[in-house]
Design a protein around this ligand. Structure first.
Ligand code: PRT
Ligand code: ZN
Length: 302
């Protein structure tokens, strides 16, 4: 691994030159709180007063710019900001020459086509010659073209879901998370164009100094995201099952095993992935594990 100490020393030197990485974050809306929380969990302190446009971290060489999410890709492309946190939907729709650095696991949603409940819909071909309202004309048009469908795309900036009921469109293409907005407007989802979540994007021409700061930021973000996906687990196991249980929950390197006062039993500590957590717990119980404790992890550094 490239020496983090060396990177840290280099950043300190650069910091004395005043190099800071400029991060664009949504000013208000669905992405803002989780974006700032992620930075906080990465131990980056930021003061965020009301109506503040810019804020400098007191303990890491970054400056935060609070902007509308739609503008972030352009500001990053123009190097007003060096990196930004936006929905993948906006990153792809805006089509700027930025790079996707990392998926961040929050603000999950999908871009979907929906039609009125009473519409007979069998396939995307049914949209030939129809009007589709959306705030995502680029992504919609790409999808229609890929499917050789020729529809009229109506660009609307908000409340897309009411377009069919006021006679403005036959279908909509909008973001969906719980699906309740579509339901309330008598629409049903028929096509998924994109699965989206918040992403970290960067300008492709960052200086070496800025890339070094970015690498350290990514290192911290990785530790936070990995910890969120994992749980620390403590359990009592019969010694005869140690080998089998170790193969089920191998942990980061290998589990810690300590003898219990109870003859023939040990305590085992390990780390499990959130995704297949319950499946593994069932297997552990079948092998005789008892007294299972599960603890959240704050940071995980391999
Ligand atoms: O003011 P600014 O331009 O910065 O913000 P905005 O109002 O354009 O965006 P905002 O805050 O609403 O959303 C920011 C990002 O959050 C989006 O670009 C997506 O990446 C992500 N996201 C996640 C969502 C949703 N979920 C979502 N459900 N963005 C919008 N919605 C809307 C959707 O447009 C529809 O109106 O919520 C409604 C559907 O929600 P459900 O739960 O009823 O399905
Ligand atoms: Zn927006």
């Amino acid at each position: 691994m490239r020496s983090l100490k060396r990177i840290g020393r280099k950043i300190k030197t650069m910091n004395s030159n005043g190099t800071v990485l400029k991060i664009a974050v949504q000013k208000s809306g669905r992405l803002k709180d989780d974006s700032l929380l992620l930075l906080k969990e990465a131990s980056i302190e930021i003061s965020n007063g009301n109506n503040q446009l810019k804020s400098k971290s007191s303990n890491f060489p970054v400056e935060i710019y609070f902007l509308r999410d739609d503008d972030i890709p352009e500001y990053v492309a123009d190097q007003v900001a060096d990196i930004g946190i936006v929905g993948e939907n906006i990153f792809l729709e805006k089509g700027k020459k930025n790079a996707l650095v990392k998926r961040l696991g929050f603000a999950r949603c999908r871009l979907a086509i929906a039609v009125p409940r009473n519409t007979k819909y069998t396939s995307i071909k049914d949209l030939n010659g129809k009007q589709v309202a959306t705030s995502y004309p680029v992504l919609l048009q790409n999808y229609l073209s890929q499917n050789q469908v020729s529809a009229n795309v109506h660009v609307i900036s908000g409340s897309v879901e009411i377009a069919p009921s006021i006679g403005l469109a036959d279908a909509v293409c909008d973001l969906v998370s719980s699906g309740s907005t579509l339901l309330h407007n008598g629409l049903v989802e028929v096509e998924t164009i994109l699965q989206s979540e918040a992403v970290l994007i960067k300008n492709c021409n960052l200086s070496e100094e800025k890339n070094l700061i970015l690498n350290q930021l990514i290192f911290r973000v990785d530790a936070v995201l990995k910890a969120k996906r994992s749980k620390y687990i403590l359990l009592n196991i019969p010694n005869v099952a140690i080998d089998k249980i170790t193969s089920i929950i191998p942990g980061m390197t290998s589990p810690t095993i300590m003898p219990l006062c109870r003859e023939g039993w040990s305590s085992l500590h390990s780390v499990v992935d959130e995704d297949d957590f319950w499946n593994r717990i069932d297997q552990l119980k079948e092998l005789g594990a008892e007294g299972i404790l599960v603890i959240p992890i704050e940071k995980m550094i391999p």
